[in-house]
Design a protein. Sequence first.
Length: 147
Amino acid sequence: MALTNEEKKLKGTLKPSRVKDNPMQGTIATVDSVDTSILLNDYAREEWGRIFIELSELGVIQTTDLNALIMLCDMWGHYCHSRDLIKSGNYIITTPNGMEQNSPHLSNWRTAYKEYFSGCKEFGLTPVARTKINTSPKKTGDAFDIL
């Protein structure tokens, strides 16, 4: 797990050249931040609901990240749609001159897989990528703790 600058300073491993003077602080995204119903197919909307909830509960998704997350979920939708077409037997097509070749759905499926997996790395959704993300622990307590 990556350490915060404060933790590195305590351990004596903080390098001043790696400290950002003014790190980007965005607005944390909420469920109402975007309407995905017109942008995504059923598979992609299901993935959106799963991923967005996870990331928003961790407090790591900001409004500036929403388009990238939508694209990630869209790639999942393309992947699943292409997979369904391939599973239904649409993996070989016959060209106009009678030759058989792989369906374009196979290429779409592979491309969507690569793009989705690449996007997962950006959002820390793979085991290795998760080790590089540091989240703030949720504070628990009651209303009187601030007194």
